[in-house]
Design a protein around this ligand. Sequence first.
Ligand SMILES: [Zn+2]
Length: 494
Amino acid sequence: MHLRVLFLLFAFLLSHKTYGQLLKPCSTVNSVHNEWVTRFQQRLPNDDFLRSSLTLYFPIKIFISGKVHSQSGTISPEKLMDEICHLNHLYKQANISFYLESPPTVLSSANYESIETEFELGQLLQSYKSTNAIPVYVVENALDACGFNVFHQGVNKGIVLSSECYKVKGALFAHEIGHFLGLPHTFQGWEGIAFDYTLKAPEHWENVKVERADGSNCRSAGDGFCDTAPDYLNLRWSCSDSSKSPIPLLDPMGKSFYSDGSLIMGYALDPCPNRFSKEQIMTMRAYADEFYPTLFKGDLPLRINQTLPIVNTPIENTQVNLSNGVTFSWEKVPGTYKYIIEVSPMPNMALITSRFEIAPDSLSYMTKQLITGRKYYWRLRSLNIYSFCSSVSKIYSFSTVLATSNVDLSANDNSIIINNPISEELSLKFSSEKFPLQLILLNNSGQTIFQKNYTQSVGQTNLSISVSAFPPGQYTLTVRSAQKTQSHSVVIIP
Ligand SMILES: [Zn+2]
């Protein structure tokens, strides 16, 4: 299968560790439906910007590698919400909004973690398709490129993104969608060819006319847009504070100018790219109208209230009786495909010690995994196909108590732990009849990180374990005596 891969967004980012290897340059320079785009550009009005007030809603279908999408992966389910929120933020200027056609499809096969050949890419595209949405494939590394638009036998097959290039609030996703909607690079014609940028540019470069700094040939040269500055920079570059290229370039007439790093279709590094030009926006909207008239709708199929998830229980700052477990409950958030409850001992949620995933048809969840006598902070997330920016609730708190009599409490071994969460020392109190006993501390992976035997003692005895060398997180303390073995959850905080 021969796939023409367009616009490999290659990165000569020697200084960026995440880009690690040298990524391949682009082998083809034509944009998607290039002739149509060129014809449309001839019709573009030179003055007024005829911006439509109608928002175009595009469904996208995400196919994402299981490794990339795991909780510890580059684009976790939570980060994906943030990424689409940012994509919509960047496209707001074009009155274009994206939503998920359905929950992301997780590619469980390790074959799709990394795409090394065009054959493998063909297999991925063949196995996972969407005709109702823009297909977006996210793998760890695809053909050593940060991303590209795949155009095969006249069909726009979707975009591929390499999570190795993932940057929080980056423009990569928006750039590739720009290609999908017909936009060329701002440096069209220069893709993949080395040039000494201190020299005057030639009149032609490959088959594309070189754009002049005075704009006199803007419609027929470079990217064909007259409201994007000339650009010859086909490698990734850092822009200055004013979004300009760090060095001036020389056009074929010897006139110097700077490329514009604010344009999403150029190669300036994040966080510079943040806009499309008016002509680029008109082209994307007209392209969608021409090639995908049924794909976009005038309005979201489901109107949802873009407000934070509303939670009901535990009631804020109350005490919860742990003997019945802690029950979390909330109002339905339309469009949710998974709810996630996050629990932390810290008010800023910097350390998540419990995380519960709940199916979309449930509006409550009960757990007995929390510890008595503690203050907890929590929040609710909605992983949602329509709403991305407001998918997490405010942070709430509650305390846990065990509503038993004093007699019962003294008999209960939960009372042996004096402090929890723990920052430096875990303190324990035992009466003499418990001895001899053994203490074992296991980390979250079940590995023993502390173990000690204690012999006979008289009266009340305080024991302590220094935990300053252990990383923050949830641990299990097991107390083993002749009478019984009991385990307790403990939390070590930084
Ligand atoms: Zn590109």
